[in-house]
Structure formats: C-alpha cells, structure tokens
Design a protein around this ligand. Structure first.
Ligand SMILES: [Mg+2]
Length: 323
C-alpha cells in the first residue's frame, strides 16, 4: 500500500480532452490522478495500482464502460473500488439501469460542471474512507495493530487455497511469551501491554512482507509464512527468538526487563487445502507446548514432537500456555 494517503482517482475515457479536463479539475483539488484511454488500459492500470475511485466513460470502442465495470466487480481485488460513470447521453432510464446493474455508484453527465463533479467525488471518497476504517477496525487487534484472529483465519484460508493450487507449502509459527502472567503480576498490566506492543513491533520489523502476523489471543501470536518450508520457517523463528531475547524493555520501576518466547513451527502437508488451516494451527500449537515443556525460550518443529507427547490443552498437568 502506498504511504501517500491522498485519494487516487483513475479517469478512464477514450476522449483525451475529457481526460485532460477532469484530471486538471481533480489535481487542482489535491487528488492524485491516474489516466487510461480505454477499457483495456484501465484493467492494465489496476494490476499495479489501487485507486480509491474510478471515473469511467460509458461509450468507448472495443470494451465499453459497462463491460469494464462488470469485470471490476467480478474480480475480488477490484470489486470494492467505487465506479462513477461518465455519460454524454444524459441520464436516460436505460443507461441508469444498466449502470447501476453493472455496479456503478453514481453518474456524471457530460458536459459536466466542476462544482458538481467535485461534490459527487468528494461524497463517494468520504464514504469509501469510512468503509475502509470500519474494515480496519474489524480486522485489527486494537492494542498491537496486528491482524486479529478472525482476520488471520480469513487470510490463512486464502493462502492455503493458493498453496494448494500451486503445490506450495505454508508454514506457521505459534508464539507464546514466557512467564507473561508473572510479568503482569510483578510490573503491572500497563507494562504487560508495553511488552505485547514491543513484541508486535518486533514481528512487524523482522517478518517478511508476504508473512501475515497476528495477535492470536492474550500473549499468543501467530505468523503465517506462505511458500515457506518448515526448515526455513524454523530458522526465521529462531531469528525472531534471538532478537526478542535481546530486546530490553524498561519497567515502571526503571529496571531493564527481558522477556522470552516459546515457538512452535508447523507446515502444511501434501493434500491439505483451504479448509485445513486449522489443522496446521493445531500442530504449531502442539509444538509450542512442547517448547514450553522443554524449558521455554526455544523453537520446536511440529515434525520433531514425539507422537506420544501429551496434548497439554487436554492435560491438567501441563499447565497454562501463558506460563
Ligand atoms: Mg467515449
């Protein structure tokens, strides 16, 4: 995603005069503008850019605006981008029906007035910004800003399904901070929150761009590593473990505190598909318990956990994961 938060509007029209005019109006009002002179050019533009709004001419040779809009709405990646139609034929019932039917949000009639165009565009962009912020709220853990568990499962399903299709593997690291209850009891919950935020920041800086990081619950975190073998995942986890072990946090009493973490790493198996994400999570979880069991602050691979290792989530003796 671009760091620039200025809304990006894509103008699509086969008439260059219209493109220039609309671009000029939008740029003068502070928007970023993308341009395309055909339906095909619009679809190509969208492969490398994600505009916040598309202003789309209806009458274009080869592929008309209705067809472009239908294709955008049929594609998961572009379906949520609002489309406003540009029409020279006035607001005929026929056009309006076809336009809304194709998924458009509004119409601009040519020749257009600057004030009218800007007012409509502003309204759509404001609605879009609200929707995006709701989406963000629904997907993020409020304390750490990482994905929440619900979003994690959505992404995991997508990643598992892609891996299945291209015969790739997916690895997971389940991570639990060691002795976290004691940290809270000794230094207070505000400091506990700082520890969670600190670990989340470490994940954000150390994990690769394609990895999906999540706060799974309490002091449990999960990293999904697409297209990654268990060997590579285990060495990534080991790198994280060492970096975290060396991270010092200042307690309210001014003490330098270090907290460690236990890691369980698991990998998808041949034949596992979109619906099997939960199984991989369970294997990573079991390996994490084994890491706790062997003394904490270590990485254990699921394929190295003995078959007779008790599943501690069903065992009283093994204790809580958060210890
Ligand atoms: Mg045209």
């Amino acid at each position: 995603m671009s760091a620039d938060t200025t809304p990006l509007v894509l103008v699509v029209d086969d008439d260059p005069t219209n493109v220039v005019l609309l671009s000029h109006i939008l740029k003068k009002s502070g928007y970023r503008v993308g341009q395309a002179n055909s339906g095909r050019a619009c679809l190509e533009y969208l492969q490398g850019n994600s505009p916040d709004l598309i202003v789309l001419d209806i009458r274009m040779p080869e592929m008309d605006g209705f067809e472009v809009c239908r294709r955008l709405k049929a594609n998961e990646k572009t379906a949520s981008i609002p489309v406003m139609f540009l029409t020279a034929e006035g607001r005929s019932d026929e056009n309006i029906e076809a336009g809304f039917g194709a998924g458009a949000i509004d119409f601009i009639t040519k020749p257009f007035s600057r004030v009218d165009v800007l007012a409509r565009i502003q309204l759509v962009l404001r609605q879009r910004a609200l929707q995006e912020s709701y989406k963000e709220l629904a997907h993020k853990d409020p304390l750490t800003g990482l994905n929440n568990r619900r979003r994690l499962y959505e992404r995991l399903t997508e990643i598992m399904s892609e891996a299945d299709r291209y015969e790739r593997v997916v690895s997971l690291a389940m991570i639990d901070l060691d002795w976290f209850k004691e940290v809270n009891d000794t230094h207070g919950h505000d400091f506990g929150d700082q520890v969670l935020i600190g670990f989340a920041q470490l994940l954000e800086t150390q994990c690769r761009l394609e990895d999906v990081t999540c706060r799974f619950g309490g002091e449990e975190f999960l990293v999904v590593m697409p297209n990654t073998s268990i060997e590579l995942a285990a060495s990534c986890a080991e790198r994280l473990r060492i970096a975290w072990e060396q991270t010092t946090l200042q307690s309210p009493q001014g003490d330098e505190i270090r907290v460690t973490a236990s890691f369980g790493v698991a990998c998808s198996l041949p034949g596992e598909s979109a619906t099997d994400g939960d199984n991989v999570v369970r294997r990573a979880d079991r390996a994490m318990y084994a890491a706790k069991n062997r003394g904490r602050n270590r990485v254990i691979r699921a394929d190295h956990v003995p078959a007779d290792f008790l599943d501690p989530s069903r065992s009283e003796e093994a204790g809580e994961p958060g210890s």
